[in-house]
Design a protein around this ligand. Structure first.
Ligand code: TXA
Ligand code: MG
Length: 345
């Protein structure tokens, strides 16, 4: 399959290109769309055959359900069997945005979308291109992150192309994703809603709107098994082995470790904060930005992991952050990237 790429200007969205992309979706094809979190691998969410292509293109396990993306609140009514007050509060305050809510599904939703379950995940993205595209498709867009399963989610069209060339009809290139990590996923079907995947909207922030929100046990205790299917798999993983260090002396510790690997003739990749750059001038270094700018860190994390792979490093030594607020969402990804290889100093 020939994969086309259309660059679209967010400030002046070319409607003919959007219409062409929507026609591809209506004909049952795959189209990658930019969103404010990461790029999404889109198909008509009410067409089982089209959704099947998503699982094939990503090599995604069939027990991992998909998120349906909508362009306006009204579109949800057909997709879910009810919306409780907590969900109404979050929808009113945080949609459009990096928030996915899980509801009891309506009869309209194909089994392949929910992996056979009775709940469905819905998100209304903030990205203007995404919403113009979904609206033109006149159907909810099923879209997981546009990476091969297990790899870091793509946050720009080049990273999408690397994984999806020849597997999708079109990639809509909207530039770099603003946020860089995926949406916060909350199960709204419980009396006390449960955060299954932390994202840009943190537990601390969501609690301001719905004080009874809880964190899934697996997000409090690393030894507990996550409830969300997608959270169970090895994920966000670079090809290289990765180790994460967190704490006051992390940078010095990484410096020592780097030397050890270097002496074994391993190619070392470093992911650390800008202020420590000089310590690592002998190695492939990618900056996570300023230590206290967690938004910058989430913005660059996945691209950085992919860049280190492209550089062919054997080992990635990375500095992590404390497990709270946006740091919790970042560490959720880093722990999985490193297969749990995290040391707290
Ligand atoms: O930011 C995002 O959410 C991006 C963009 C493209 O919107 N999408 C994304 O999709 O990250 P994906 O498929 O890579 O991750 C969706 C997560 C998975 O962990 C999946 O298991 C979970 O949401 N999920 C989906 N439906 C669910 C359901 N009904 N119950 C529990 N978890 C669900
Ligand atoms: Mg994903």
């Amino acid at each position: 399959m020939d994969t086309k790429i259309y660059k679209i200007n967010r400030e002046n969205i070319e409607i003919d290109k959007i219409k062409e992309a929507a026609d591809l979706i209506k004909a049952g094809n795959l189209v990658v769309m930019p969103t404010e979190t990461v790029y999404g691998l889109g198909a008509d969410g009410l067409n089982s055959e089209a959704c099947k292509k998503i699982f094939e293109a990503k090599n995604r396990p069939s027990d991992n359900p998909l998120i349906l993306h909508i362009s306006s609140i009204e579109e949800i009514n057909d997709l879910v069997s009810g919306i409780n007050d907590n969900a109404k509060i979050l929808a009113k305050n945080l949609w459009p945005g990096p928030l996915t809510m899980i509801f009891k599904k309506s009869k309209k939703i194909p089994d392949i979308v929910t992996a056979g379950g009775d709940t469905v995940a819905i998100r209304m993205p903030k990205d203007k291109i995404a919403r113009a595209f979904i609206k033109a498709c006149e159907t909810p867009i099923a879209a997981p992150s546009a990476n091969i399963s297990g790899r870091p989610s793509p946050t720009n069209a080049d990273d999408v192309y690397f994984d999806m060339n020849g597997k999708v009809s079109l990639i809509i290139d909207g530039g770099d994703s603003d946020i860089g990590i995926e949406s916060t996923v909350i199960d709204m079907t419980e009396k006390d809603p449960v955060i299954l995947r932390p994202g840009f909207y943190t537990y601390e922030y969501i609690r301001e709107f719905i004080p009874n929100v809880k964190l899934d046990d697996s997000l409090v205790d690393d030894n507990k098994i996550p409830r969300s299917p997608g959270q169970k798999y090895r994920h966000y993983a670079p090809k290289a082995k990765m180790k994460v260090f967190v704490g006051k002396n992390a940078a010095s510790r990484i410096e020592k470790e780097a030397e050890k690997y270097y002496n074994k003739r391993d190619r070392v990749g470093i992911l650390a904060f800008e202020e420590d750059k000089l310590k690592f001038s002998n190695y492939t270094f990618i900056s996570l930005g300023d230590r206290d700018n967690l938004e910058e860190m989430s913005h660059v994390l996945f691209t950085a992991l992919r860049l280190l792979d492209k550089n062919g490093v054997d080992i990635i030594l990375a500095e992590g952050v404390p497990d709270k607020e946006l740091g919790k969402s970042i560490m959720n990804r880093m722990k999985k990237s490193a297969s749990g290889n995290v040391e707290y100093l």
